[in-house]
Design a protein around this ligand. Sequence first.
Ligand SMILES: N=CN[C@@H](CCC(=O)O)C(=O)O
Ligand SMILES: [Zn+2]
Length: 413
Amino acid sequence: MTTLFKNIKELIQVRTEPISYVSGKAMSELPTIKNAFLMVNNGLISDFGSMNDCPKTGFSEVIDATGRMILPSWCDSHTHIVYAGNREGEFVDRIKGLSYEAIAANGGGILNSAKKLQETSEEVLYQQSKERLEDVIQLGTGALEIKSGYGLTVAAELKMLRVIKRLKENYPIAVKTTFLGAHALPLEYKENKEGYLKLLIDEALPKIAEENLAEYIDIFCETGYFSVEDTELMLEAGKKYGLIPKIHVNQFTAIGGVQAGVKHHALSVDHLEVMRDEDIEALKNTKTMPVALPSCSYFLSIPYAPARKMINAGLPLALATDYNPGSTPSGNMNFVISTACIKMKMTPEEAINAATINGAYAMGLDDKVGSITKGKQANLILTKQINSYGFIPYSFGTNQIEKVYLKGKEICI
Ligand SMILES: N=CN[C@@H](CCC(=O)O)C(=O)O
Ligand SMILES: [Zn+2]
């Protein structure tokens, strides 16, 4: 099956030569072709160019995109979309003045979600999670990473990971899986952190490897959660089973997590709301992608990651949602790029690069998605009639997507 998209007002994020990611000044370059065609063969991008060179034959279906733009689907490299129930009660508590930290210290927060998840069957968890996945696909996400970390027992962590595996098998979207057993300390281990980490290392990791349930390992490296030492221990343990680090660091405090990530060749370090100069320095000339999560800053009213400082220092930056029940109950990448422009002073070009090719790199999918490149999956956003791509972040809160395609097929859920 070969599909020709013709008369595309502007084809965005065109990379004739494959690239892994863009950094620094290059983030402000977003290559496009105006009045373009795009050919998709068996789910993969097979050709593209100016309408002047548009093939006249060799396709079985034609889609006329007059007045509309096409860009690669969003690549959301940091989500927790598998969770049970919600934390609307805590949302209201925060409106009334309690802090996110105080709620967590009183047994709410991650522990609240873990209790709910432990009491929820695998089937119900799957049904709740699949609705969220379908929602984000309609919002233009074409690849995403999903973490465990709301189980906090071996059985419940495995339940989460099996749900992720089922989502991966049942939907045409690219999914990468991360084991985040060290997300918070369960109550039973309140005085025995070593015991909990030992449980994760000796019991959870071997089972995860046996069932091939994860590609990445994560830990919440933060004051009051897990230390740099704990982080190094978990990353070393994960490495023995072939799990690559992608870690939560510098959300509330900077304690050296970025350096630990770099030392252990983390694919990404995520959050980064609090960045010291030495943390920015540590990321220079490494293969570790910094990932900012602006919707989390928005929802919790905490600082935004200093995007300008990082990009001006020559670093790359990816943007992701952090979709989770506590700090970011939204998986809308369109809102993420708007917020990155409005609050973090990223230009539309930088934000689109951060949400496509750099996001793809941050989950090890840069050879498959994230740009209009021959051989990549045809995961595409067809916009409504808009005058420029900058209109997408500008018109925040308004859906500018007309259709989404995964592996070349229109997705109607
Ligand atoms: N910060 C750690 N973990 C999640 C939120 C956890 C929660 O509140 O449920 C995050 O990335 O923001
Ligand atoms: Zn997170």
